[in-house]
Design a protein around this ligand. Structure first.
Ligand SMILES: NC(=O)c1ccc[n+]([C@@H]2O[C@H](COP(=O)([O-])OP(=O)(O)OC[C@H]3O[C@@H](n4cnc5c(N)ncnc54)[C@H](OP(=O)(O)O)[C@@H]3O)[C@@H](O)[C@H]2O)c1
Length: 211
């Protein structure tokens, strides 16, 4: 059976995506540091693998067909973790996926990863890490889709989005649940291969903007 490996499955977006895929009847391998964080999910289609992205986490790749990288060092850690997780772990995930002949790799990147020189001094290390990880994926030869969400919020999903960048900075936001819906939608869609999408709240359905 085809399985989707979710890296960062205990995170906000990763966990919502895990639940959505399971609800769709898809098999999921969840890579997490602490399996207790998924204790509320009960499904015989869920396989939990404990692993640390700062170490060797190659083991679950052999059993998966799709990969979603939704891990992140978060805003409370320093540039060291940005390098170790957002850059190095993302690059290692790409290499492991390549060795395992994964058919589709979906990366959660970030707005600003296209041109980190435009970022603020505070955000620049993060945006450079995201940029370099995206470039590594693009050059890997894997079938990839990269999503670059705007600022994440915890509002409920609206199901309405846009991929064109809004004119005002304040409008460059997206609900985490809508990002999770997007990842769930993208799984198994080889026609999204080789594409990069920015993601914002908007007024269009996913099927109309992802093509
Ligand atoms: N914040 C924003 O506005 C924004 C904007 C655009 C894109 N993004 C990107 O969106 C993605 C997901 O966001 P989110 O809100 O869902 O993030 P989140 O809730 O902070 O989740 C991050 C995930 O990464 C995991 N992780 C971190 N270090 C790890 C390690 N050493 N080993 C194993 N797992 C590790 C965390 O595991 P634990 O649960 O064990 O900590 C967690 O599952 C990230 O890639 C982020 O860069 C964020």
């Amino acid at each position: 059976m085809k399985k989707t490996l979710i890296i960062g499955a205990s995170g906000h977006i990763g966990k919502m995506t895990t639940k959505q895929l399971l609800a769709d009847g898809k098999a999921v391998i969840a890579l997490v540091r602490d399996k207790n964080k998924l204790a509320d999910i009960c499904s015989d289609k869920l396989q939990i693998v404990e692993g640390d992205l700062e170490k060797d986490f190659s083991q679950p790749f052999a059993d998966c067909d799709q990969v979603i990288f939704s891990a992140g060092s978060g805003g409370k850690t320093g540039a060291d973790k940005t390098m170790l997780i957002d850059l190095w772990a993302a690059c290692k995930a790409v290499d492991y996926a390549k060795s395992a002949n994964v058919s589709h790799f979906v990366m959660v990147s970030s707005i600003g990863a296209d041109d980190p020189s435009q970022g603020t001094e505070t955000m620049k290390p993060y945006m450079i890490a995201k940029h370099m990880a995206d470039e590594h994926l693009i050059r890997s030869g894997l079938n990839y889709t990269i999503f670059r969400p705007g600022l994440l919020t915890d509002n409920n999903a609206t199901g309405k989005m846009q991929t064109t960048r809004p004119g005002n900075n304040e409008d460059m936001t997206i609900n985490r649940e809508d990002v999770a819906n997007t990842l769930t939608y993208a799984v198994g869609k080889s026609e999204l291969g080789g594409k990069i999408f920015e993601l914002f709240n908007g007024d269009k359905n996913l099927a109309d903007i992802l093509n």
